[in-house]
Write a protein that binds this ligand. Structure first.
Ligand code: ADP
Length: 419
């Protein structure tokens, strides 16, 4: 039996999962997948690390109505593929760690209670993350679980990056800018430190552009500011979310136009952003392929707002050494990357068209020695891998090897590197 770590990301109607073998203290991807459509049209799809399909099954809606059942079916579905593995720990993606939790924590009754109390700060996500923890506790009693937070990486922001211009008692009550996508930014920070330590030590803007999009200003591998705020609505527009909006608009909609809070919430979270603006789709591929002018306008707006935030975050750091694009749009949408960067030459950003077209790891044009050119990188993110590393470091999991195996030394190093 080899040891393995299960990483779970439980949403309202889905559970994403990835299994990592513990090899010399490092997580090695073994398989991944998701159960989508819980409560509606459940569909389990799992693939091994070579993308070979391991399980592809559908159920009638009522058969899989909640997370406990869904996790049981996931484990049954991938059972044969993991028969040789012993799950020794489980890592969870949890959206909110509140003002205090700046590191992953081992889940126990007190932690669960604390996370439950934070649900009001992220009502659309936190209860489902907790349902994932509950499902894992029932399915794997006694197996240690670690909660990893999307907010944690941002917990060392300077006060002015975290506060709103409200009387201080609001800050004390938790009304502050938390920032999200922290696990992605932390992964990029570690990855950059390994490959480009000089850049990692400098001033970096990371653009995590996916269905949910945000940007982070990092200096020396630590987050200084982020475009997302109290909720994951703020900042740049997203697939279906509005991004930054004048709060006066919300007052107007509710007070003058009689919209309910629920209707405003549904508008801002579900029917704004690329989908709401275009009326076509939230997917950049569909918008790029569409000949509707609204589709092109939505993409132009998205690029404009991302470009603006790159400038703002560079100003927050007093300059820029590197810009990193990541997540589905950042890693793949060449045209949009080109449009975002066009007009940022004043910051020292110049894209090499052929490199950008090829999705090359470095897409900036070569600078002349001594100039202030910014390195522009395209780098895949790995939030699940980051969670697995946190689980290893938090629980002090040692190498899956016999005493005396040289791999043990590597395990110790990996553990402390992330601690
Ligand atoms: P999530 O926030 O759900 O994790 P992803 O990071 O997977 O999202 O990003 C999903 C988005 O990435 C899609 O909606 C699509 O807009 C974009 N995307 C994915 N592949 C491509 C591609 N080849 N070209 C352009 N855009 C892409």
């Amino acid at each position: 039996m080899s040891k393995a770590i299960l990483v779970l990301n439980a949403g309202s109607s889905s559970i994403k999962f990835e299994l990592f073998r513990l090899v010399h203290g490092e997580p090695e991807p073994e398989l991944s997948g998701q159960m989508e459509g819980i409560g509606a049209a459940p569909h389990l799809l799992a693939r091994d690390s070579h993308r070979k399909v391991l399980a592809d099954r559908r159920w009638p809606g009522p058969d899989v109505s909640e997370h406990v059942k869904a996790l049981a079916l996931i484990m049954d579905g991938i059972g044969p593929a993991i028969a040789e593995h012993e799950i020794v720990a489980i890592g969870h993606r949890v959206v909110h760690g509140g003002p205090d939790l700046a590191e992953p924590v081992v889940v126990d009754a007190a932690v669960t209670e604390k996370l439950r109390a934070l649900a009001a700060l992220a009502p659309l996500h936190q209860p489902h993350n907790l349902a994932g923890i509950d499902a894992a506790t029932r399915r794997f009693p006694g197996v240690p679980q670690v909660a990893c937070f999307d907010t944690a990486f941002h917990r060392h922001h300077p006060w002015e990056a975290d506060t709103f211009a409200l009387p201080p008692e609001f800050y004390a009550r938790g009304i502050r800018r938390y920032g999200f996508h922290g696990l992605s930014y932390e992964y990029i920070a570690h990855s950059l430190a390994e490959t480009d330590p000089d850049l990692a030590a400098g001033r970096v803007v990371v653009a995590h552009l996916g269905n949910g999009s945000s940007l982070c200003a990092m200096r020396g591998g630590r987050s200084l500011d982020s475009t997302m705020g109290f909720t994951a609505l703020d900042g740049v527009p997203m697939g279906t979310r509005c991004g930054q909006i004048d709060p006066g608009v919300l007052l107007h909609l509710m007070q003058e136009e009689g919209m309910s809070a629920g209707a405003v919430s549904a508008l801002l979270y579900g029917n704004s952003g690329l989908r709401g603006m275009s009326g076509v789709s939230q997917d950049v591929r569909a918008l790029s392929a569409s000949d509707r002018p609204e589709a092109a306008a939505a993409l132009r707006y998205y690029a404009y707002r991302v470009r603006r935030e790159i400038g703002a975050l560079a100003a927050a750091m007093g300059g820029l050494d590197a810009l990193v694009f990541t997540a589905g749009i950042g890693e793949n949408a060449r045209d949009l990357r080109g449009e975002i960067c066009a007009g940022l030459e004043f910051l020292g950003i110049r894209i090499d068209a052929a490199r950008n077209e090829a999705n090359a790891p470095v897409i900036s044009a070569d600078g002349t020695p001594g100039d202030a050119s910014v390195r522009v990188l395209v780098r895949p993110t790995d939030e699940e891998g980051m969670i697995a590393r946190h689980v290893i470091a938090t629980l002090g999991l040692q190498a899956d090897a016999s005493p005396g195996d040289p791999g043990n030394a590597k395990s110790q190093k990996a553990g402390t590197a992330l601690g």
